[in-house]
Write a new protein. Structure first.
Length: 165
């Protein structure tokens, strides 16, 4: 049984970032990679749903971070994102346990050191796959990330396909 309508969440995020094509494209790309990694790693339906919902909303804190702090730095996103996501998720009648996990993932999606759960791992890997391109990371940084960040077979395969690392 679905704990949230992912199509409605996608639409809500597009509306939230109305007019900001770069941000919309970013979360849609991260979501696509998260979905691919989740499928490749054989996640069950509920865990895949968690990963996809977190990927859709992972950067929801950027808008408030830029308004409040004039910065989109990761630590500001991780502060501002969870309360903003909680409001959106509640408005979509999201299961409370799922909403709590999504908010936790948003608050930790820039934390590479303490990844211990597969949903967190997949979100971090999917976000990196997109950020590496959008930030113009060089091959050395990508190779370092391959050693430090990536653990899933699917994420590693995608990293190699994209960046030839």
């Amino acid at each position: 049984m679905s704990r949230i309508d992912l199509d409605a969440l996608t639409q809500a995020m597009v509306e939230y970032y109305r007019g900001d094509i770069a941000r919309i494209n970013h979360f849609l790309k991260v979501t696509s990679f998260a979905r691919m990694i989740a499928a490749g790693e054989g996640l069950d339906e509920q865990l895949a749903e968690t990963v996809i919902a977190a990927a859709l909303t992972h950067d929801i804190g950027i808008k408030l971070s830029e308004e409040k702090y004039h910065s989109s730095a990761g630590h500001y996103q991780q502060i501002e994102g969870p309360p903003e996501a909680a409001k959106m998720l509640a408005g979509l009648d999201c299961d409370l346990e799922l909403a709590d996990r999504i908010c936790w993932l948003i608050a930790h999606h820039h934390d590479y050191a303490s990844v211990s759960q597969i949903d967190h791992r997949i979100l971090v890997e999917a976000d990196f796959l997109v950020n590496a391109y959008e930030s113009g990371l060089g091959q050395e940084a990508i190779s370092n990330a391959k050693l430090r960040i990536f653990e899933t077979a699917t994420g590693l395969r995608l990293l190699d396909f994209l960046y030839g690392s």
